[in-house]
Design a protein around this ligand. Structure first.
Ligand code: GDP
Ligand code: MG
Length: 163
């Protein structure tokens, strides 16, 4: 059985774009509107010869985390707890938001290895957000661009010891 890697993060950071890039097909719905991914999506992923199952989650896809349906959040937390590793994606152009901090606070309490990914980092506009992300207490971010394929080798290096 392939190890399971789960993608987590607030809406619109590029989780589904990352999922699509790793799966190589347009399986996950990508949209400018948050909240498009309504359930978990599974796919077989390949990254520079590494093979794993990838899970695109939607448990934090709600504008107001206080009104988040508990069932969806529990499903996401369950997915992280049982995964080999979690890819925590933030928007490096937008910088760190309160919801990023809330997710990070919870992720720091899990035993699952977390790989921090600053997405949309195809230009200098991401530099500030990447610096800010050290405050999340989850280590060094990978400067990534799901859309442009930047940072794939760094993601490979982070995943290889875990798979
Ligand atoms: P999700 O809500 O986290 O699943 O995010 P999506 O994958 O649906 O992407 C949200 C928006 O960000 C879309 O408009 C994507 O085209 C855009 N996006 C995703 N990855 C990148 C990237 O690497 N760079 C830039 N500039 N935009 C991206
Ligand atoms: Mg999505």
């Amino acid at each position: 059985m392939l190890p399971e890697i789960v993608i987590i993060g607030r809406p619109n950071v590029g989780k589904s774009t990352l999922f699509n890039r790793l799966v190589g097909k347009k399986l996950a719905l990508v949209d400018d509107q948050p909240g498009v991914t309504r359930d978990r999506r599974l796919g077989k992923a390949e990254l520079l010869g590494l093979h794993f199952q990838i899970v695109d989650t939607a448990g934090y896809e709600d504008e107001d985390p206080e009104t988040l349906p508990g069932r969806m959040r529990r499903q996401t937390e369950q997915a992280v707890a049982t995964a080999r590793a979690a890819l925590f994606v933030f928007d490096a152009r937008a910088g760190i938001t309160p919801l990023d901090e809330e997710i990070a606070r919870w992720l720091r309490t899990t035993k699952t290895p977390i790989i921090l990914m600053g997405n949309k980092a195809e230009g200098r506009a991401a530099d500030g957000g990447l610096m800010e992300s050290y405050s999340l207490g989850l280590g060094e971010p990978i400067a990534f661009s799901a859309e442009h394929g930047v940072g794939l080798a760094e993601l490979f290096d982070a995943l290889r010891p875990l798979i």
